[in-house]
Design a protein around this ligand. Sequence first.
Ligand code: PMP
Length: 287
Amino acid sequence: MSRIAYVNGRYLRHDDAQVHVEDRGYQFSDGVYEVAAVCRGRVIDEEPHLDRLECSLAELRMDLPLPRSALRLVTREVLRRNRVRDGMVYLQVTRGAAARDHPFPEEAIGAVVLTARPVRWPEAAADDGGVAVVSMPDGRWGRCDVKSVSLLPNVLAKQAAREQGAYEAWFVDAEGRVTEGSSTNAWIVDDAGRVVTRDLESNILGGITRQRVIGLAREAGLEVAERAFTLAEAQAAPEAFLTSTTSFVRGIVSIDGHTVGSGAPGPATVRLRELYLDYCRNGRANR
Ligand code: PMP
């Protein structure tokens, strides 16, 4: 079965799916994107993803190129045509094709691409042995809350992490405080048992998984604090973990070579991973 992609109103064979050479996403990173997980045929947290897409587009002074109802339908159709029940869907919106010039073009029509592919999601919380992260200075622009396709610093950071045998890079700001990972949000559990992640005012992406895990943690009776933490605090913390749409909740067992906690995902991390997996598998209404 060949893969199918949605490109500007058409369903095309993945191999033939192309955008224009003068698409402003390609030339200027003038576009935004979303990635959502699909579990048992359901798009996880679809409405929060669409909300965030609209916020990102608003920062680019663009409207949703299709009404939400149409985007939902196209998503279903791409999932169906690719026979994805467990996997991920990628949606990208750019300002479209126009003669190359920095100001917004008068006439460009937003370009929309939607693809999906199957992914085998983790079966159980215990599947996670934990991962290593390494830190790097956060040299990104000042609007990391916008989910822009401009990901060069993130790509370079992730590559540097992988070359050091780590799964993820943690960005650290000028004050030595962790902002987030190159494609994940960063968390620790502090000495008082509070679950801690950086506040949204601090130039990070408001992760959809982050928000969901905050809700699940509070429901489970865990205290959550949205505040900054330093690299040193994280290294000395009993637990650390990361979250994202495609990583779910994963324990962090080493930060710049320092072992975190016992060297295995800690109890709060495992619990949150289980709660999040359960949420994805069994679902609930979007809240
Ligand atoms: N931070 C960054 C920089 C990211 O790219 C991502 C993944 N898109 C996240 C955090 C996690 O966001 P989400 O939970 O919505 O996948």
